[in-house]
Write a protein that binds this ligand. Structure first.
Ligand code: ZN
Length: 65
């Protein structure tokens, strides 16, 4: 059995397992399947891209304080 990506509508083979809240924070739509979700290569790339953007926003907020 091959694990598949937990993003809504995606059936690619999963390559990464991540904490669900982090993935949700990044704005990806994942099925509720416990505390961890599986991501395929493409969605993991997307996740990293979105995280980077979020981290940058967070840093900007810190600077303004
Ligand atoms: Zn996927």
């Amino acid at each position: 059995m091959v694990d598949t990506c937990d993003v809504d509508g995606c059936n690619e083979a999963a390559v990464r397992s991540l904490a669900i809240n982090k993935v949700r924070e990044a704005g990806l739509k994942v099925k509720p399947s416990g505390r961890r979700v599986l991501l395929c290569k493409q969605h993991y790339k997307e996740y990293k891209k979105r995280r980077k953007k979020l981290d940058r926003l967070e840093r900007m907020r810190w600077k303004n304080v």
